[in-house]
Every structure is written in C-alpha cells, then in structure tokens.
Design a protein around this ligand. Structure first.
Ligand code: PMP
Ligand code: GLN
Length: 386
C-alpha cells in the first residue's frame, strides 16, 4: 500500500549501514572481511559453559529492568579497581542491549528538539542518527583520520547557547586514536564551564597499545558527575553477537535514562548477564586483551609494510587506518569496493564516518582476525595493481 501523501522519513539521509553493505559484498565475492569490526575467533569455552549453566538453572525469564544485580555489582567492582570511582549498582548502573542501546538511550535522555551536540568526526555511525531522531543538531569538530592532536580552540568555538552535550569515544573507532589525560582535562573544563552533559563511548577500553592506559571519564570527578559512560562486553570477550552493554551515570541521570530504557527494551537477556557476572570475577579474562591485539596489529602492519600505504600505528581498538594517497587517486568508496571484488579483501572507507563527503583517501582494516587471515589479506593486497 502506498500512502497518498508519501512517507516522510525520519532519517532521509540514512541508508543501510556501511558495515552491512561491506559484509554483504565480502560474502558475495568470497573476500576476506576486514571491514565490519568483529572477531574471527570464538569467545572462551568457559564463558560459553557459564551461559549453558545459567540456562539450565532456569535463568530464562525477564531480568530486572536495570539488569541482573550480580552483573551490576561486578561492573561496579571492576570500575572501582580501575578508576577509584564508586558507581552504586542500585541507582547508577544499567545493563543495556549492547553499547548501541546505551548510546541511543543516553542521547535520547539528554537531547530535546533544537539542542546541539558536539560530535568529533570521524564518528561511529550510530551517534548522528540517534541525535537527529531526538530532534537534536550535531555540530561537528572535524579531525583528520590520522590526527595527532585535538584543536580544543576549535571545540570551544563550536559551543553556543544551544549546546547541550558532547559525545566522545576513546579508544577511537575508526582512527585507533586514544585520548590523553590533557584531552579529558580540556573536555572537563569546557563541560564544567558550559554545563554540558558528556556521553562517553568506551567500548574499546581494554584494547590499548604500547603501554598506554585507558583514561576513563570515570576517573575524572569533574567528568564522572556529568557523564553517561557507555561500555560493551562484545569487544572485551569476543561476543559481539550477544549485545550486552552497560551505562554508568550519576543517580539523577540514571533515573532519567531508565525511563527510556524500560520502554525501549525493558530488560536484557538474562542467562548471559549471570554468566558475565561470574566471568568478570577473574580480571585475567580481560587484562590480557591489549597484548593479544597488539601482536595482531604489529603482524598486520608489518605484513602490509611494503605496499606503499602511509599509516600511523593504531593506539587502541581493533582497527588500523591506512592512507593510500601515494598509490592511487581513487576515492575511498570506490577503492574499498574494488579491493573487495578484485583483491578479495574488504575494508571500510573512512569517509563514511564523516558528515560531508570527504576524501582523505583512507581505509579502515579490522585486525581482530586469525594471524593466517591477516597474512593472507596482506598478501592479496600486495598483489593489487594500483
Ligand atoms: N561504539 C563503537 C565505537 C563501536 O565500535 C561499536 C561496535 N563496534 C559500538 C559502539 C556498539 O557496540 P555494541 O555492539 O555493544 O552495541
Ligand atoms: N562497530 C562495528 C564496526 O565498527 C560494527 C557494528 C555494526 O555492524 N553495527 O565495524
């Protein structure tokens, strides 16, 4: 049936996500998929057994709206050990359907029609639609995909009377950059001065390289008091398909957050929450992740070393950006497609993470893959005629 007046889209500029598109293209052409960010390897058998155990125990009905208490307590403990910040499990921690839901609900909680949100681009693709669906206006601070520092003067110049919030992401998808303490301090001083809410996407908190440390917004009191900290277990435990995340925020913000969360999903898959709670008791289960991924980053970067790409080694996340400007003039969308079809290696064109079509001639490769997959991908890329 077609409506007489036609259908008025709420997201007229949005199509299917690049991740779906590139994964589909990779499948069609039997290409190695270094595009969509997900691990090629499975999660720990012990974690799988725990899920089975809780299913067998009958933990199969609705979880409490805010999440299974054991998991909220385990998160509170983990965050306290890392940051000395206490989040109260009862009133300040909510379990969500992945970080995607946490980010959406946080933005929805904050943004009223006409409110502006500062977005650093390149930006993960779910932020802007979430702002716009709530009538908000994204205001962009544009960074080069291989940027070295943030121009905080530029950030300040983008803040006006309608600015309500800032959304940040460290370690960062897609650049692999990690914010320094000085960046978070700059943010804290701006947020305090203009009374802004911060939405902090920290899903790659445990994937950080070369001895760097993840500096969480939780560890900076001036930020923690005004931040929705969004996390996910998908990246940490190789379980992107389980869609379990969380949001930490002060009591007053959490109360508002839960008003929306309860009508979006009500609650999140029960047995997995119990399993995660038990699995989190052992910090070894996540503290080795940086070393694990650093070896993969180094293997991949070394293997593509002679091709002629220019790159700044990823500081965190499981993504490596490479610039191909010395090799060809093609734009990144065309090149990502050509490499998938002709070379058999799929990547993500970084321009999709920008609001306006840019051509920084950069591709994003996901190195959360087995070593032989990474080596094979590098070999195929090495054969490309530029
Ligand atoms: N934020 C970033 C930066 C991500 O890369 C992703 C997913 N890869 C998400 C949020 C979403 O996380 P989840 O799968 O837990 O919804
Ligand atoms: N976050 C993953 C990435 O950046 C993909 C998630 C998705 O497919 N929506 O590749």
């Amino acid at each position: 049936m077609l409506l007489k007046a036609g259908f008025r889209s709420k997201l007229p500029r949005v199509g299917t996500t690049i991740f779906t598109k590139m994964s589909r293209l990779a499948e069609e052409h039997k290409a190695i998929n270094l595009a969509q960010g997900f691990p090629e390897f499975d999660c720990a058998p012990e974690l799988q057994k725990l899920v089975g155990k809780y299913i067998a125990q009958g933990k199969n009905q609705y979880a409490p709206m805010a999440g299974v208490m054991a998991l909220r307590e385990a998160i509170a403990k983990k965050v306290f050990i890392a940051t000395s910040k206490e989040y109260h499990p009862e009133t300040e921690i909510t379990i969500t359907s992945g970080a995607t839901e946490a980010l959406y609900v946080a933005l929805s909680t904050v943004v009223h029609p006409g409110d502006e949100v500062i977005v650093f681009e390149p930006a993960y693709d779910s932020y802007v639609p979430a702002i716009e669906l709530n009538g908000g206006i994204p205001v962009f601070v544009t960074l080069h995909p291989q940027y070295d520092w943030i121009d905080w003067q530029d950030v300040r110049s983008k803040i006006g009377p309608r600015t309500k919030a800032v959304i940040i992401n460290t370690p960062h998808n897609p650049t692999g950059n990690v914010w320094k303490l000085s960046d978070l301090q700059e943010l804290a001083s701006i947020a305090e001065k203009h009374d802004l809410i911060v939405i902090s996407d920290e899903v790659y908190e445990h994937i950080i390289f070369d001895g760097r440390e993840h500096i969480s917004t939780a560890s900076i009191p001036e930020l923690a008091g005004r931040t929705f900290l969004c996390g996910s277990f998908g990246k940490t435990f190789h379980t992107t398909g389980w869609k379990i995340g969380y949001c930490l925020a002060p009591k007053q913000l959490t109360a508002e957050f839960r008003k929306i969360h309860q009508f979006l999903v009500f609650s999140v898959v029960t047995p997995i929450q119990f399993a995660m709670a038990e699995y989190l008791e052992e910090p070894e289960h996540y503290l080795g992740l940086s070393a694990f991924y650093q070896q993969k980053r180094d293997l991949f970067n070394h293997a593509i070393g002679d091709i002629g790409f220019t790159l700044k080694s990823s500081e965190g996340s499981f993504f490596q950006n490479v610039s191909y400007e010395k090799l060809t003039d093609e734009n990144d969308r065309q090149l990502a497609e050509r490499l998938t079809i002709e070379a058999g290696v799929a990547s993500i064109p970084v321009s999709v993470f920008y609001n306006e079509i840019t051509n920084y001639q950069t591709l994003r490769f996901c190195f959360a893959k087995n070593d032989d997959t990474l080596l094979r991908a590098a070999e195929l890329l090495g054969k490309v005629v530029w």
